[in-house]
Design a binder for this molecule. Structure first.
Ligand code: DMJ
Length: 435
């Protein structure tokens, strides 16, 4: 592709983002998200309890795309209306990655101090979640009272708070944020099996595993991602060591070399015996992690498998059994991971194959998910029947990564940031280091 062709693709992605944003604005302004088929607003925690999930999660994408009037209107709404003092039990993982991550990255991009104030308020309101006997967070915390719920959690939800809380510690000088999020990761890592794997569910009060299935799938995924990324963002040697030892166990027990290519399946965390051969849209984050962690060749191989998954139905299913190539979970909730990995691989290789993949994703999204109001998830990628949902990560991740594949590299200096698991870029250098 010539630079002019890439610029045209980037402009198309921006136009489609604007299309979806206009739908949100027209039908769901001031609410968490838009239901794109019924054109109704949706609030995660019930009517009257908005946390402005879409405008907050979308804000740094709007800024990066140069959609300045839209970014300004979103920022005004957030600055004046985001009310965190609500009697609701929120899921700490989702609120951290979607809200805190974007408030911090958007603060870094705009210098708007109100955004940092809100991130800090969210931080202290959620801090009681770490007050379990093990230091691993409960699953839910009440934003007004600080009371907690949910003793069963998983590695992703326990281990994917450190980038956001660590940056908040840096920006506010409150070391406690870093220490509590770091302790949660270390406590989880300490409970890995003798062969170095973690399971998919753990009791945060007793520290006992309640599901021993290991994998890189949803529920575990971003725990591994954050070990590597925290080691880079905070120059945290202990996280680096935890990542390297985990990567060895992942390679040994979860990687699966089939005749048609490389996949990652599931195994018992204690024995390493293969239990399932499932791979899905969430697993497709891993090529990006491999590339960032210097295993570009393996990242490229796995990306080919992810792309094969996408091509089965012309848009990816939530899960397939790679031993039979049968779809076992047919939905497509507008997931971004495969696009994220494509962006990383294009950045590192400049191989036009990844631009071609980007065009394929764009074409499929427009063909199967676009509605007159916005973009919709799919109930079933085989029938292409739509679902009445548009998650905020459509703005935060899908459109951002798609745009960055084609936009000039000067749009965002890849090497100057670490992307959170929700695609919020955090600045790598602040001239100040935590221990
Ligand atoms: C996002 O909220 C994040 O990427 C998370 O790590 C996994 N799930 C969604 C996107 O699929």
């Amino acid at each position: 592709m010539t630079n002019a062709q890439k610029a045209e693709m980037a402009a198309r992605v921006r136009d489609e983002t604007l299309h979806a944003w206009k739908g949100y604005k027209q039908y769901a302004w001031g609410h968490d998200s838009l239901k794109p088929l019924s054109k109704q607003p949706f609030d995660w925690y019930g009517p009257g309890h908005t946390l402005l999930m879409t405008p907050v999660d979308a804000l740094d994408t709007l800024i990066l795309m140069g959609l300045t009037p839209q970014a300004d209107e979103a920022r005004k709404l957030i600055d004046s209306q985001l009310n965190l003092n609500q009697d609701i039990y929120v899921k700490d993982f989702e609120i951290t990655i979607r809200l805190m991550g974007s408030l911090i990255s958007s603060y870094e991009m705009t210098g708007d101090k109100r955004l940092l104030e809100l991130a800090n308020e969210l931080g202290w309101r959620m801090l009681p979640m770490f007050d379990s006997p093990t230091g691993m967070p409960y699953e839910y915390v009440n934003l007004r009272t600080g009371t907690v719920r949910g003793t069963k959690s998983n590695p992703a939800e326990i281990g994917s708070l450190l980038l956001e809380y660590g940056m908040l510690a840096r920006l506010t000088g409150k070391q406690e944020y870093y220490d509590k999020a770091k302790r949660a990761v270390v406590e989880l890592y300490k409970r890995r099996s003798p062969i170095g794997l973690v399971g998919s569910e753990i009791d945060v009060e007793t520290g006992a595993w309640t599901n021993p299935t290991a994998g890189i799938m949803g529920g575990i995924d971003s725990y591994y991602e954050y070990l590597l990324k925290a080691s880079i963002l905070f120059d945290d040697k202990e996280c680096g060591q935890m990542w390297r030892s985990s990567e060895i166990a992942i390679d040994k027990y979860l990687a699966d070399f089939e005749p048609d290519g490389l996949w990652y399946g599931q195994a018992d965390m204690n024995t390493g015996v293969r239990t399932h051969t499932l791979y899905g849209s969430l697993d497709a984050f891993y090529p990006a992690v491999l590339a960032l962690g210097d295993d570009l060749e393996r990242g490229r191989q796995l990306q080919e498998s992810s792309f094969r998954m996408w091509m089965i139905a012309g848009i990816e299913p939530e899960q397939l059994d790679y031993s039979t190539m049968k779809v076992v979970s047919p939905g497509y909730p507008l997931r971004p991971e495969i696009i994220e990995s494509t962006y990383y691989l294009y950045h590192y290789t400049h191989d036009p194959r990844y631009l071609a993949m980007g065009i394929t994703y764009y074409t499929s999204l427009v063909k199967y998910c676009r509605t007159d109001a916005a973009y919709a998830a799919l109930e079933d990628v085989r029938s292409k029947v739509k679902a009445d949902a548009m998650e905020s990560f459509f703005f935060a991740e899908v459109m951002k990564y798609l745009y960055l594949i084609f936009a000039p590299e000067s749009t965002l200096d890849f090497n100057a940031v670490i992307f959170t698991t929700e695609a919020h870029p955090l600045k790598r250098t602040l001239g100040m280091k935590l221990r």
